[in-house]
Write a protein that binds this ligand. Structure first.
Ligand SMILES: [Zn+2]
Length: 180
């Protein structure tokens, strides 16, 4: 289910043990070959397809595209949200969800540098509300497959604007990746 498409009575009718999933990513440089919206495009599409697959079993919030990207600010186009703001912002989101009685919140991340902050948000949500809360970054769901099919050597080749992100972007929208 997509929260953006529901009325408040629709939400009110849901079982409070329905998991609420909050996808978040970033808007930052992704090399010379991919758009700055890469993390958000990938995370948004993964969330959209998972929402379709799960149907009524989970409630997805709209993607939040701002992330912690201060280390990319040398590159025009990057938009950074300060780590303090990100922590309090996402905590406000999880507090809101918990306020409505939902007991299980999952933050789905598409940008590595958000993770330490989101981990703190999840811990504080558990301590400060009645909800359980966790976070994960999407490649962790496919780590075994990624390691099996990767072509770049280890270490390297798989961290940012890399083999993984370029491959997923090519799969979703090959027109926007500048292969030359
Ligand atoms: Zn990325």
């Amino acid at each position: 289910m997509n929260l953006a498409e529901l009325t408040w009575p629709d939400v009110d009718a849901l079982s409070r043990d329905t998991p609420v999933i909050f996808p978040i990513a970033a808007l930052e440089q992704h090399g010379r070959h991919m758009p700055v919206f890469t993390d958000s495009l990938l995370m948004g599409e993964i969330a959209r397809r998972t929402e379709t697959a799960l149907g009524a079993r989970a409630l997805f919030a709209p993607l939040q595209w701002l992330g912690n990207s201060h280390h990319h600010m040398d590159f025009p186009g990057t938009i950074d949200i300060h780590s303090d703001h990100l922590l309090n912002f996402v905590l406000d989101v999880t507090r809101s969800v918990a306020h409505h009685g939902f007991e299980r919140i999952l933050i789905a991340d598409g940008h590595g540098s958000n993770m330490p902050i989101l981990d703190m948000v999840a811990r504080r949500t558990i301590l400060e509300t009645k909800a359980m809360c966790g976070c994960f970054i999407w490649p962790s769901l496919a780590a075994e497959t990624i390691n099996r099919v990767r072509e770049s050597s280890t270490p390297g080749g798989m961290a940012h604007a890399c083999e993984l992100e370029t491959s997923v972007y090519l799969y979703l929208d090959s027109q926007r990746v500048q292969m030359e």
